[in-house]
Design a protein around this ligand. Structure first.
Ligand code: AP5
Length: 218
């Protein structure tokens, strides 16, 4: 089965966490626009500096910039069996761009998994998030009982709080999500691609629900 998936939902809903598990499980690439942009920024180009100024303030990187950037990232992967896209598309303009990109490589989206989660849970998850600076694995001080000097279980890298996870930036990210990204709910519903998943509960609970949704679609 070809499984070309978009994970979609508010900041901190658990898209990255689920995407990394699913990718391993299904043996298809996990492509996160947020991770890719942060890695791009670490390379310190002029474009990277411009992108960083948007990200640190909780704003979206402009469509044209992110579309060009993501098309280069997508080009680097083998996409014929499937992919898990996290964080892209984030606007209707980006969704149209993705349609054009996929039609050129003869790929159809299989499903858009929409993570349903209350705002209070988002704020708790984001404030407790710690991310590996080396491999992007995500942990949480509330849910993973991490020690102060804990290292990444996967690669031994340092765990740090993302700069855009500060409270005032998180509030802005949620506003931007509501204003610019939520219109994608209707967009993908109209195309018959949207599947809602309750994102509350343990990581295992949510994984199980996603698999159920995918098997219902098969
Ligand atoms: P991005 O990195 O994509 O951030 P986001 O969408 O805001 O999503 P997050 O990474 O915050 O959350 P997540 O849903 O992946 O949750 P996670 O699994 O980590 O984007 C960052 C910025 O980049 C944007 O603000 C924008 O500026 C820019 N950008 C990116 N893409 C762009 C685009 N397409 N266009 C324009 N700009 C773009 O989980 C959160 C925490 O909860 C973790 O600690 C995790 O361990 C924990 N957790 C997860 N699941 C559970 C669970 N079931 N129970 C308990 N804890 C859990």
């Amino acid at each position: 089965m070809k499984t070309h998936l978009v994970l979609f939902g508010p900041p901190g809903a658990g898209k990255g966490t689920q995407g990394q598990f699913l990718s391993k499980d299904l043996g298809i690439p996990f492509i996160s626009s947020g991770d890719a942009l942060r890695e791009g920024i670490n390379k310190k180009s002029e474009t990277a500096e411009k992108m960083y100024s948007f990200i640190k303030n909780g704003e979206l990187v402009p469509d044209i910039v992110v579309e060009e950037f993501m098309s280069k990232i997508l080009d680097q992967h083998t996409l014929d069996k499937g992919f898990i896209l996290d964080g892209f598309p984030r606007t209707v303009h980006q969704a149209e761009f993705l349609n054009i990109y996929l039609s050129k490589i003869n790929v159809n989206l299989y499903a858009v998994i929409f993570f349903l989660i209350p705002k209070e849970e988002i704020v708790k998850r984001i404030s407790g998030r710690r991310t590996c600076e080396h491999c992007n694995a995500v942990y949480n001080i509330y849910f993973n009982s991490l020690k102060d000097d804990a290292k990444c279980e996967r690669c031994g890298g340092n765990l740090a709080q993302r700069e855009d996870d500060k409270e005032e930036v998180v509030i802005r990210r949620i506003e931007v999500y509501e204003e610019k990204t939520e219109p994608l709910i209707a967009y993908y519903k109209n195309k018959g691609l949207l599947s809602e998943v309750d994102a509350l509960g343990t990581v295992e609970d949510v994984s199980k629900r996603i698999k159920e949704v995918l098997s219902d679609r098969a």
